[in-house]
Design a protein around this ligand. Structure first.
Ligand SMILES: Nc1ncnc2c1ncn2[C@@H]1O[C@H](COP(=O)(O)OS(=O)(=O)O)[C@@H](OP(=O)(O)O)[C@H]1O
Ligand SMILES: Nc1ncnc2c1ncn2[C@@H]1O[C@H](COP(=O)(O)OP(=O)(O)O)[C@@H](O)[C@H]1O
Length: 206
């Protein structure tokens, strides 16, 4: 037993939601490298921000530059990567924010763990579905070419697995839709879910 004693803030999640006038949700994008996660996450964050929502984007490449810079792409480290991201997202949700995230998150089990950590009713799983051949053709960062030459070990889709979600909350097919078409589906699904449920909520008395 560790000698730690978590305590509860005097401010409830309901009070924070009432102050920020929104429902905190985690919009979790999962998909192959090059499928369109970052493009759509950036566009969704931009849209929600300009609609007045308090929103923040967490992205794989960015977090792996700081908080998760010690982690590789082994299965164990990918799981630890996602576990840490889920804990960060949970804090942001508790603070009342809408969180948009873009991580390959290739294992169904780790995505399930995210759902458990943040809570079922605050988790929206979006499958950014794009065939490997199309991602490889796009090769936006030149990583597939390197992976094919054996220069990048454990590359998702080439030498490491990607387990597609069986029942995502939303699926966008980015090889068949324009960016605007995918974005429209996202907005139509996400925006109603982040709107405040009660207009005037908890009291702010001391
Ligand atoms: N081996 C290997 N496999 C997959 N991706 C690799 C690898 N090495 C580096 N990269 C770059 O890292 C980005 C993915 O990081 P994530 O944190 O999202 O990955 S994971 O969820 O832990 O699987 C990924 O970003 P995206 O292309 O945006 O998906 C790549 O830029
Ligand atoms: N419907 C779509 N949604 C998102 N990206 C698309 C779509 N159609 C084409 N693309 C292109 O696919 C590429 C996706 O790259 P990126 O967003 O970096 O992927 P990821 O973050 O999954 O690695 C971009 O060049 C983007 O312009």
């Amino acid at each position: 037993m560790k000698h730690i004693f978590p305590f509860q803030s005097k401010i409830s999640n309901a009070q924070r939601k009432a102050q920020l006038q929104q429902e905190p949700q985690l919009v979790w994008f999962t998909g192959l490298s090059g499928s369109g996660k970052s493009t759509l996450a950036l566009r969704l964050e931009h849209y929600l921000f300009h609609r007045g929502h308090k929103v923040f984007l967490l992205d794989g490449d960015n977090l792996r530059n700081g908080l998760n810079r010690d982690l590789s792409f082994s299965p164990q480290d990918r799981k630890e990567n996602i576990r840490r991201v889920a804990e960060v997202a949970k804090l942001m949700l508790d603070a009342g924010l809408v969180v948009v995230s873009a991580f390959i998150s290739p294992y169904a089990e780790e995505r399930e763990l995210v759902r458990q950590i943040v809570g079922e009713n605050r988790f929206i799983e979006v499958f950014v579905n794009c065939p490997l051949a199309e991602c490889e053709k796009r090769d936006t960062k030149g990583l597939y070419a390197k992976a094919r030459k054996g220069l990048i070990p454990e590359f998702t889709g080439i030498s490491a697995p990607y387990e597609a979600p069986l029942l995502p909350d939303l699926e966008v097919r980015t090889s068949e839709e324009s960016i605007d078409e995918s974005l429209l589906q996202l907005i139509q699904f996400v925006e109603p879910r982040v709107l405040a449920k009660e207009k005037v909520g908890a009291t702010f008395g001391l």
